[in-house]
Design a protein around this ligand. Structure first.
Ligand code: DCM
Length: 131
């Protein structure tokens, strides 16, 4: 059986990266992540990403590129990450999160990221577009 995929977005706007603090489940609550969720049958990674960011944050986004690599989550799940551009809307923590932050250059280490997100966050901060 192949692993199920969780997609997450390194969402950029005005030269900053969006971080979201999880409110659930209890073992992840309070830690920060790149927002996203599980791929559904028949979806591409990019389609799942756009859907999840719409559902969780109320924004429209455009995937830019996949960050190379794949990171194990719990048993049976792997994390894949895309960079994405904010197209419209102001992100709001509608589901799964209780706080959002925009991180500028050099601010990537200011928050307590989920361990599994850290390699992709480091790469996303390196790729931060100019504001
Ligand atoms: N997850 C993660 N890192 C992310 C996004 C999600 O570790 N950037 C994990 C948390 C959940 C699972 O993937 O265990 C599914 O995410 P969600 O609950 O947001 O659908």
């Amino acid at each position: 059986m192949s692993d199920r995929v969780v997609v997450a977005g390194a969402v950029y706007d005005q030269g900053r990266l969006l971080a979201a603090r999880r409110s659930a489940p209890p073992e992840l609550a309070g830690r920060w992540e790149l927002p996203g969720g599980k791929l559904e049958p028949g979806e591409s990674g990019e389609q799942a990403l756009v859907r999840e960011l719409r559902e969780e944050l109320g924004v429209e986004t455009e995937p830019l590129e996949r960050i190379p690599g794949e990171w194990p989550l719990g048993p049976g799940y792997v994390l894949q990450v895309w960079t994405a551009r904010l197209v419209s809307g102001v992100p709001a923590p509608l589901q799964d999160h209780d706080e959002l932050r925009w991180l500028g250059p050099g601010e990537g280490d200011e928050i307590d990221w989920l361990d599994q997100d850290r390699p992709a966050v480091a790469e996303a901060m390196r790729r931060l577009p100019a504001g």
